[in-house]
Design a protein around this ligand. Structure first.
Ligand code: NAD
Length: 291
């Protein structure tokens, strides 16, 4: 397949390299100077997409996606498929899909989970939105770049699934961290706390698989001085997208709103930037009731 790939950063770079390694002809473009194994680098976004069967975008946000879409859609082959793997707001995902469809293309929004490790090892999970025909076109590529792809529904459904999942994750991570900090103050041993909660009704992925307490549970960023992992900055981005979507859909999400406010303080006013999102635990450890 001829594949155009726009946005060859931490995630897009290794994803494009895996497609090339699997035997596809990949032509990429990034505004930064990059070089990716097996990928031809084009002079412009439009040059990267001309003649492509599938164009994949992996960009920082919805505004950049919209401006890239304005450039590339007129240059794409009629009947080609546009697959956006960036994490963006639901409204931008739907607008770009509609623009592509009006121009005679298929479109899929397919944000990922799995981080840079998943992108490098080809073990990402894709959450996809779009028509059955569009998903069928993209699925063989998801199989190369990842290990699981769920077709969640129509355009925007992939982004909706991603931000709902990450809103739960942000809220449960905060709840897990504040409970550990409370347990400390009550004199409860952290290992005992883990032994009970991880097998009781307070269990969650945050506690069981990604425990924020160093030396407890399976290895996690807490065991590596909270080096990400999943950076608090990216959690803040996803929580903001969840609240933007809640605003636009008129949904009441008080816990998501509070999680967004806490991560915003942590990243923008405290020492959270560049740290794993589970570093909320040392944050709570240092605090008292007065805040
Ligand atoms: P990144 O900043 O490393 O990569 C983005 C790339 O897009 C950069 O190389 C940048 O130069 C390029 N770019 C920006 N504007 C451009 C334009 N107009 N045309 C062409 N290229 C342009 O970010 P990343 O970590 O690779 O993340 C990409 C997306 O994946 C984001 O939406 C992010 O939220 C999402 N995501 C990231 C992770 C992660 O762990 N890094 C995990 C899941 C999802």
């Amino acid at each position: 397949m001829n594949i155009g790939f726009i946005g060859l950063g931490n995630m897009g770079g290794p994803m494009a390299a895996n497609l090339a390694k699997a035997g596809h002809n990949v032509t990429g473009f990034d505004t930064a100077k990059v070089s990716i194994n097996g990928v031809d680098i084009a002079e412009s976004a439009t040059a990267a997409v001309e003649g492509a069967d599938v164009v994949i975008t992996m960009l920082p946000n919805g505004d950049i996606l919209r401006s890239v879409a304005d450039q590339i859609i007129p240059a794409m082959r009629h009947g080609a498929t546009l697959v956006d793997c960036s994490t963006v707001d639901v409204d931008s995902a739907r607008a770009v899909a509609a623009q592509a469809e009006e121009a005679g293309m298929l479109a899929v929004d397919a944000p990922v989970s799995g981080g840079v490790g998943g992108a490098t090892n080809g073990t990402l999970t894709f959450m996809a939105g779009g028509s059955d025909a569009a998903f069928a076109r993209a699925e063989p590529l998801f199989d190369i770049m990842g290990q699981k792809a769920v077709h969640c529904g129509a355009a925007g459904a992939g982004q909706s699934a991603k931000i709902c999942n990450n809103m739960i994750l942000g809220v449960t991570m905060i709840a897990t961290c504040e409970a550990f900090a409370l347990a400390d103050k009550l004199g409860l041993d952290r290992q005992k706390m883990f032994d009970v909660v991880s097998t009781s009704s307070g269990y969650s992925w945050s506690m069981n698989a990604y425990c924020p307490a160093p030396g407890i549970g399976p290895e996690s960023p807490a065991d590596n001085d909270y080096k990400p992992g999943f950076a608090a900055d990216l959690m803040l981005k996803d929580l903001r997208l969840s609240q933007q979507a809640a605003e636009s859909a008129d949904a009441d999400t008080p816990m998501g709103q509070l999680a967004q406010a806490l991560y915003a303080r942590f990243v923008e006013e405290e020492d959270g930037t560049g740290r794993d999102f589970s570093a909320m635990l040392p944050r709570f450890e240092k605090r008292n009731r007065e805040g």
